[in-house]
Design a protein around this ligand. Structure first.
Ligand SMILES: Cc1cc2nc3c(=O)[nH]c(=O)nc-3n(C[C@H](O)[C@H](O)[C@H](O)COP(=O)(O)O)c2cc1C
Length: 330
């Protein structure tokens, strides 16, 4: 794909229902990671058109779980924001969707792709790809209560022998879904192998609603490959966890230096300690430090120390010690 076409993509406006996304690049839903703090960090770099929340269990939300209600927090700078819900019970899914619309979501997304046993054992996530009757009921009941756009995020099927993306695409279009986010792998693949661009291109060619391609986009080369499918937009997860400036990098062609990353981590950790109870802040700081360490020189030394940290302050101490070492080296 010519460089000029990639440049044109960054100037494109995508409309999903009445929501305008410019450029059509999405921060993916990432359990435990894409909370308000992380979304603000990613937005701060620029280049991202819309962000997704973490996956929110419709059961937990509608039963009043305190930890889940923290996931509803967002800042107006994060908009447009898509909230993703998971579950199988049409009544609870509709109720959760309404609660999120009432708290300011720009769109609701239903998770049809989560491969984790925790989610699939009760029939939600990718398990809905094996039960299209329930999938249809869930979409229909959520669509009925929403006035904002509704999207779904799918995988291709449970495994290679049960590819259902064409059927699910048709159901979605018939039931008034506004766009489909398509991670081009099966549930069985989890994250192995590589994304299948042919499936994404085929779904795009069959539907009139937007199809957003997802999987393995990390740089301009992989972005170009995804755009060659003809998809209307692109969603990124893992590359954003390791490098929250990936959208900015894709657009500008520039990278961010280690010292800038360290100041981002400092800012993020302070925000986490402000926003969450100590235990949850510690958990998230450990998680992020572990992901970020993969983009840092001698990052392994951080991961070794993290395992023994018992409080958020201890995690912060490990980070500070690392930063001092790096500062001396520069
Ligand atoms: C740690 C982790 C958590 C994830 N959580 C969710 C989730 O809550 N909801 C969802 O639809 N997908 C989730 N995904 C899948 C991503 O959104 C995305 O579809 C997948 O990682 C492929 O995109 P990538 O190659 O850009 O990472 C998660 C992926 C990872 C690695």
């Amino acid at each position: 794909m010519a460089e000029s076409e990639i440049k044109r993509f960054f100037k494109k406006r995508l409309k999903i229902g009445n929501v305008v996304i410019e450029p059509p690049l999405f921060l993916a839903p990432i359990a435990d990671i894409s909370d308000s703090v992380f979304r603000r960090i990613v937005k701060g770099f620029g280049g991202v058109g819309a962000v997704f929340s973490e996956m929110i269990s419709s059961d937990a939300l509608t039963r009043g779980c305190k930890k889940t209600s923290l996931m509803l927090n967002f800042d107006s700078n994060e908009k447009p924001i898509f909230f993703q819900i998971s579950g199988k019970n049409p009544y609870r899914m509709a109720m959760a969707a309404r609660m999120l619309e009432d708290s300011g979501a720009d769109a609701i997304d239903i998770n049809f792709g989560c491969p984790s046993k925790n989610v699939t054992k009760s029939g939600g996530g990718a398990a809905l790809l094996r039960d299209l009757k329930s999938a249809t009921e869930v979409i229909r009941s959520v669509r009925r209560v929403l006035s904002i756009p509704l999207t779904i995020k799918i995988r291709a099927g449970w495994d290679e022998n049960s590819l259902v993306y064409r059927k699910v695409g048709k159901i979605a279009e018939d039931e008034g879904v506004d766009a489909i986010f398509f991670h081009g792998r099966t549930r069985k693949q989890m994250y192995s192998g590589s994304v299948n661009y042919r499936w994404i291109g085929e779904l795009k060619s069959k539907l009139t609603i937007p199809v957003i391609g997802n999987g393995d986009v990390v740089d301009r080369y992989s972005l170009a490959k995804m755009l060659e499918t003809g998809c209307d937009g692109v969603m990124i997860a893992r590359a954003a966890i390791k490098k929250p400036w990936v959208f900015y990098s894709l657009m500008s062609g520039k990278d961010v230096e280690v010292l800038s990353l360290l100041s981002v981590i400092e800012k993020q950790f302070k925000m986490l300690m402000d926003c969450y109870p100590e235990n949850l802040a510690k958990h998230k700081m450990k998680l992020f430090m572990s992901w970020y360490s993969r983009s840092l020189p001698d990052g392994k030394s951080i991961r070794v120390q993290l395992s023994s940290a018992k409080t958020a302050f201890e995690v912060y101490g490990i980070f500070e010690e690392y930063r001092n070492r790096v500062n001396q080296a520069f």
